[in-house]
Every structure is written in structure tokens, then in C-alpha cells.
Design a protein around this ligand. Structure first.
Ligand code: ADE
Ligand code: ZN
Length: 337
């Protein structure tokens, strides 16, 4: 791989994806196919009309459409088929390990049982390992616009399936819903032995990242791009090697940045932070892992060393066993040797 450009190298290297909402991988074609299979009608005349609605001005304008799209998911096979479609895309982008967010409250609130959601996703994860050699784990996210009590009830409903998920996350509308709102339920999740992460510093201020670290004791920060506004926070993240799961095309589509050329990824790397590249909601934001990686490399003129650092960071930041991490890092070393 020595003769490749940095962008070609970015596409070719083995990597992990650590920030991807499985409901955000529902392509318009699959939304229409599932609606038809389930006898549901959609408020859009065609796939093209739905895709044309993907003109977002901020996080909330996206979330409204994202939850509407997810409402076509009713049966175990729907969750399985959605995840399987993602795994095929991820494998094609040389993703060899992935940690997948899912939003059970978006489904249980519509009457879909927890069992249906988790069994459908878990069987797709097992199939990805068996048929594609991609290791996959699930992270259950609480919707932060709902109450902490609702999060506690969701945790309770999911615990019979705890063998199928490794961690707990926090997503949905950020501003006005600080991490500290979920301190008690996250304490319980840590007590139960789950990994914990939270979205913070996407639209919310650096104070929300401090709260994720101090109140929720998260092991990673999802997004975290606004950390650069607070030098003491950058120093803390660097010193503790808290990974940031950054999603460049998401930041562009949700107007967190006006142009990919202004994206903070290079500054995060230069500050010594453990930043990673991820796709967030790839069906809505214009691309999967390699689209994010390649476009970021090109827009910011990232070097070969930056690309290798980002791939290495993705394995360092993942929740795999030490043995699997060593194998993944060796795979990367071999690929770039
Ligand atoms: N849910 C799905 N995508 C999200 C994002 N980018 N931020 C917060 N919640 C989300
Ligand atoms: Zn996200």
C-alpha cells in the first residue's frame, strides 16, 4: 500500500466503526420495501421524494425524519434485514469490527417488543461474524429527550437480553438535555458492568462533555467536536486518552460545520486526541465509512500518517478483548507495511 495516495489508503485499510446508529442506515429504498412488506403507507410518494426531504438545518430537523423512517420497523426480520444491509456496506469499506447503536425506545414506544428489536439485531451480528468475518457488538442508547425514568424502564426491559449488548449510550436531541439528567441510570449501568458512552459536544457546549466525563463517567465521547473550544477539556481528553467518535459527513449535513475544509478533525489529531472516523447515520448523511474517511482526507489534506493514526485509534478505542485488539492492530500493521 506504499504507492497509494492517503485517500486510497484510507479506503483500503482495515478499520473499526464505533459510532453508527443502525436506524440511520435505513436507505430510502429499504424504507419503502419494509413499508410495503408491512402494509404501511408513507407520507412520501416515492424514494426520490423521500430522499429530497433530506435537507437538514440542524440535529432536530434530521431526528424528526429519522424517527419517521424507523417507524417501518415492526418485525424481527425487519431489524435483521436492516442490520444485514449495513454489514454488507461496512465489509465493502474494509470495516472489520463495528459497535452499533440502537434506539429501543423509538420502537417500544410504538408497541414493538424489546425481544423483537434485540433478537433481530443480534442474529444479524452473529451472521456478520459467520459470513463476513466482521465482529459486531450492540450498544443500547437512551433517548435523552425522554425522562430518566423512561431510561430506567428501558434498561429493565432490556436486561433479559443483556448477553446481546455490551454498552449503553445516550443520543437524540442534545441541547436542553445535558448528560447529568441521566446520572443515576448511568451509575446503575456501570454497576451492571456495561461500557458507557454518550453523545456530547455535537451541538451542545463543552460543559456537556465535562458532564459526560464527570457525571456519567463515559469511556468515550460521541462527536465531541466542540471540545476544541475549551483548552482545559482538550488537555483532559488528551491526558486520559478518551476517544472521540467523530462523524465528519454528519457534521456537514447537520450544519455543525459549513464546509468539510473547516472540519476540526485535523486540529483534533494535532492536539493529540484519540479521534476516530465514523458515519453516524450513513443513509441520511451521504455515505458510509469510506465516504467519510476519503472525503475528510481530501478536504483536510490529511497525510498517510494521519490515516494510519485514525485507523489505529479506531482499534484502540474499541471495546474488544485485548486479544482481538492485538489481532486487529496486527492486521493494520500488515496492511500498511
Ligand atoms: N440519533 C441518531 N443520530 C444522532 C446524532 N447525530 N446525534 C444525536 N442523536 C442521534
Ligand atoms: Zn450519533
Amino acid at each position: 500500500m506504499t504507492l497509494m495516495t492517503p485517500a486510497q489508503l484510507a479506503a483500503a485499510v482495515p478499520k473499526a466503526e464505533l459510532h453508527m446508529h443502525i436506524e440511520g442506515s435505513l436507505e430510502p429504498e429499504l424504507i419503502f420495501a419494509l413499508a410495503q412488506r408491512n402494509g404501511l403507507s408513507l407520507p412520501y410518494a416515492s424514494v426520490e421524494a423521500l430522499r429530497a426531504a433530506y435537507a437538514f438545518i440542524d440535529l432536530q430537523s434530521f431526528l424528526d425524519i429519522y424517527y419517521a423512517g424507523a417507524s417501518v420497523l415492526l418485525h424481527e426480520a425487519d431489524f435483521h434485514d436492516m442490520a444485514w444491509a449495513y454489514f454488507l456496506r461496512a465489509a465493502a469499506d474494509n470495516v472489520v469490527h463495528t459497535e452499533i447503536f440502537f434506539d429501543p425506545q423509538a420502537h417500544t414506544a410504538r408497541g414493538v417488543p424489546m425481544d423483537t428489536v434485540i433478537q433481530g439485531l443480534a442474529s444479524a451480528c452473529a451472521r456478520a461474524q459467520a459470513e463476513l468475518g466482521v465482529s459486531a457488538a450492540l450498544i443500547l442508547c437512551f433517548l435523552r429527550h425522554l425522562s430518566e425514568e423512561d431510561a430506567f424502564n428501558t434498561l429493565e426491559a432490556a436486561l433479559p437480553y443483556r448477553e446481546h449488548f455490551i454498552g449503553i449510550g445516550l443520543d437524540s436531541s442534545e441541547v436542553g438535555h445535558p448528560p447529568s439528567k441521566f446520572s443515576r441510570v448511568f451509575a446503575r449501568c456501570r454497576e451492571l458492568g456495561f461500557h458507557v458512552v454518550a453523545h456530547a459536544g455535537e451541538e451542545g457546549p463543552p460543559a456537556y462533555i465535562w458532564e459526560a466525563l464527570n457525571d456519567l463517567q463515559t469511556e468515550r465521547i460521541d462527536h465531541g467536536v466542540r471540545s476544541l473550544e475549551d483548552p482545559a477539556l482538550v488537555a483532559e481528553l488528551a491526558q486520559r486518552r478518551i476517544p472521540l467518535t467523530v462523524c465528519p459527513l454528519s457534521n456537514l449535513k447537520l450544519c455543525v460545520v459549513d464546509d468539510l475544509k473547516d472540519h476540526p478533525m485535523k486540529r483534533l489529531l494535532d492536539a493529540g486526541l484519540c479521534a476516530t472516523v465514523n458515519s453516524d447515520d450513513p443513509a441520511y448523511f451521504g455515505g458510509y465509512m469510506n465516504a467519510n474517511f476519503v472525503q475528510t482526507v481530501e478536504a483536510l489534506h490529511l497525510t498517510r500518517e494521519d490515516v494510519i493514526t485514525l485507523a489505529r485509534n479506531s482499534f484502540e478505542a474499541s471495546f474488544v478483548s485485548d486479544e482481538r485488539r492485538a489481532a486487529l492492530l496486527a492486521l493494520l500493521d500488515n496492511a500498511v507495511a
